[in-house]
Ligand binder design. Sequence first.
Ligand SMILES: Nc1ncnc2c1ncn2[C@@H]1O[C@H](COP(=O)(O)OP(=O)(O)OP(=O)(O)O)[C@@H](O)[C@H]1O
Length: 771
Amino acid sequence: MRFIGRKTNDENDDRDDVQDVPGEQMGEVVPLHRDTAPIQDTNDDEAGEQTGPRVQDVIAREIPAGESAPPADFEVVDGDEDADEVAPVVMRVDPLPGSVPGLFPWDRTDERRAPIPLWVSDAATRRAAITWAGEMAKHKAKFHAVRTPLYAARVAVRVPRGGVRVLRDYTRWVSDAETRPLRNEAVRKADAVEHMKLAQKTAERQKARLAISGALSVPVLAGLAVVVFAAPVPVAVLLAIGAVSWLGVRGGTEDKPLIGRAVVTGKVPELTSDMIIRALGSLNNSLLNAAVKSGRGVTFPNPIHRDGPGWRADIDLPYGVTANDIMDKRKALASALRRPLGCVWPEPDADQHEGRLILWVGDKDMAKSPATPWPLAKAGKVSLFERFAFATDQRGRMVTLLLMFENMLIGAMPRFGKTFALRVVLLAAALDPTVEMYVYELKGTGDLDSLEQVAHRFHSGPGDDPALNATMAGLREVYAELETRAHAIKRLPVDLRKENKVTPEIAAKRSLGLYPVLVAIDECQELFSDKTHGAEAEDLCLGIIKRGPALGIMLVLATQRPDSDSLPTGVSANAGIRLCLKVMGQTENDMVLGTSSYKNGLRATEFTIKDKGIGILKGHADAHQTVRSYYIDGPAAEQIVKRARALRETAGTITGHAAGEATAVNTGPRFSLLDDITAVMAPGEDKVHSETICDRLEDLRPDFYKGWDATGLANALKPLGLKTDQVWATGTNGKPANRRGITRTDLDKARAANTKTNTKRDGGEGGEVTA
Ligand SMILES: Nc1ncnc2c1ncn2[C@@H]1O[C@H](COP(=O)(O)OP(=O)(O)OP(=O)(O)O)[C@@H](O)[C@H]1O
C-alpha cells in the first residue's frame, strides 16, 4: 500500500502549503503525537528560542485507486502492508522560526511606542518638568544672592593676585619666556650655534611684541580714558565689575572656585535587567529559579526606560509564572532590589498575557513624593456623568473616577485618610451644581463641615441619637425617592427614556426631579452597628445601593471598621468602586476590596504607617491601581466649596440645609409636615393654593415655617410623595383662581403611604421633620 504526505523539506514546510493542496486530493488529516510518530525536527537548533519539544502534526492519505502520481511536493512512501490504513508521513507544522502563520501584520498585537517622549506629550510630566526648572532657577538665584558678600570678599582677595598673574603672563609673553628652556638646553649642551639662533629669534619676537604692545597701548589707554571720564556711569560700573571679576577669576585657584555649586547632583538609582533577574531569582519560586539559573525564560519585550519619576521594566516571566506571583512577594522583591517598599510597584499588564509584569520602581517612596495639587482646586466645574480627578498613581499620573451609576466604599484603619479621600469625592460632587448632596459625618469632628454650604441635607455628630436620626431621615427620604424616580422615569416620553435610566439629558431638566443625588456617610459603622437603626439602615442602604445607580442616586460609604458587624455584607458586596487604604488583616481587606482580593495579591495590609492617603482602588477602571487621593486640607476645601456654592447659586440649586433649613432639621421636637398641612386645611376644604398653605403654616409654627414660599413647599413635599399641581381654589385675596396647590385626596394618599412606610420601619410618622 502506498501513502502520500507532504515532503518534509523546509520549503514546503508551512501551513500555507498544506492549504494549497486541492480539496479532492486531500485525505484525512491525522494529527499524531510524538509518541506515535517520533520524528525529530532537524531545524530545532535553528529555531532559536523554541528549543523545547514540539507536537508534530501529520498529514497523510491513501492514494485512491486509479490516481496516478501524487503532486510533486508530496513524497511517496512505502507503507507497511500490515499497517491499519495509514502509514504516517510526518511533516512539521510548527511555524518557521520568526514567522507568525495566519497573522497578518495588522492582526498582531505589536505595541507601538510613542514617538514623542512622555515628558513632552504627557501634561502631568510636562508640568512636573516645568515646575522643576522654575524651582531650580529660583533656588540657584537665591543661593547665589545670599552668598554675594562671600563672593565679594573672595574677589577682593583674588583681584591683586589676579593682577599679578596677568602682569606676569604679559611679561612672559613679551620676553618670549616660553623659549627659555630651549635656550637653556643649548647652553647646557654648549651648542653655541643653536644658542645664537634661538637668541636671535627671541630678540626678534621681543621686538615685535613690544611693538604690538606699544601700538595697542594707545587704543587701550584711550578706551580706559573714555570709560573713566566719558562713559555713562552704569556702563563704567559694569565694565569695572567685569574687569574686577575677571581679575578675581584669574586670581582663583583650581580647587577653590570663586562661585560655589548651588546643587549637588543626586544620582538616580538605576534599574537594570541584571538587577531585576537577580531579584526575581531570589523570590523562592521554583519556575523562576530554574529560568534564572538557565539564563533563559525571563525576557524584556521593551527596553527599561524612565517613566515619570522612576524606571519601568516590562518583563515576560517564565512560562507558568504570573504577575500575581510576583505581586504576592512585593516585600521580598523590594528587599532584593535594595529599595524601600514604597518604591517598588509590580503590576500585571491588562493588555497582555498573565505572565507579563510591569515593574515600576520609583526614585522616591510614594509616601514621600510631594503631593500633587488637585486639578480642580483653583478652577473648573464637574459633571458627575463624566470622570473627575480623584487621585494620582505611583507614577504621579492622574486617576479618575466615574461616580455616576456607581456606589463607592472606602475602608481603612483610623487616621489613614478615609475622610480626605471622601472629601475629594464630595468636593467634586459639589462642583457639579446639579447634584443634590446628603452628607453625614458620624465622627463629629467637623471634617466635612465645609460641605454644609452646598449640602441639601447635612449633619455632623459623634454617632449619637441626633446624628443617627438625621442620617436615617436622609436615608428614608432618598429611599422614598427611589419609588418616585422609578415612576417618573416610567412616565417619561419614549424618546427621553431610551435606556430607562437617568441620562445627562434627563438630569438637566430639573423640573423632572431626576437630577443626580449623592448620599455620603462617613464612619458608617456607627449607623450599621446601632441596635435601633442598624437593621433599617441596612435595608435602606441595600435598596439605594442596588436600585439607586440607574435612578441617578449614588451612595458613598466610608468606614474605619470594615467587618461584618459594622458593614453589612450585602452593602459591601454591591459597591462598584472600592478604595482600601491601610487595613490590619485579610478579612477587612477582602471586605472592602471584595472576596479573594487578598489571595489575588491586592493587599492593603502591606501599606506602612507612612502611607497616609495611599490605597488600592478597584472598580474604577479595568484594572485595580495603587493610588494616593489628592490632599485637600480644611482651608483649601473651604475655598473650593465657596466656588461650588457660587456655581449653585447661579444654577438656582441651593436647597435644604444649604438654603437655611439646616437647624430646623437637626434639633428640637419632631413634627410632621403632612400632619401640619392637614391641620391647617379647613374642614371640607378639598383644594388649597400653596401660598395659602404657607401663610397658614407660618401662623402655626412661625419659627419653622417663616419665609416658606410655594417653591420651598413643593421641594419639601416632593420627597414625601406629594406633588403640587394647578388647583382651582379660593386665593388669599378671597377670589377663586387656578394656581399651584394641593388637593386633600393627594394629601391623604401621601400621608397613608408615608405612615405605612415609616410604621414598617420604626413607627415614625410620615414626613417627619424636626424643629
Ligand atoms: N492623600 C493624602 N496625602 C497625604 N496625607 C494624607 C492624605 N490623606 C490623608 N492624609 C493624612 O492622614 C491624616 C488622616 O486622614 P483622615 O482624617 O482622612 O483619616 P481617617 O481615616 O478619616 O481617620 P479617622 O478614622 O480618625 O476618621 C490626615 O490628617 C492627613 O494628614
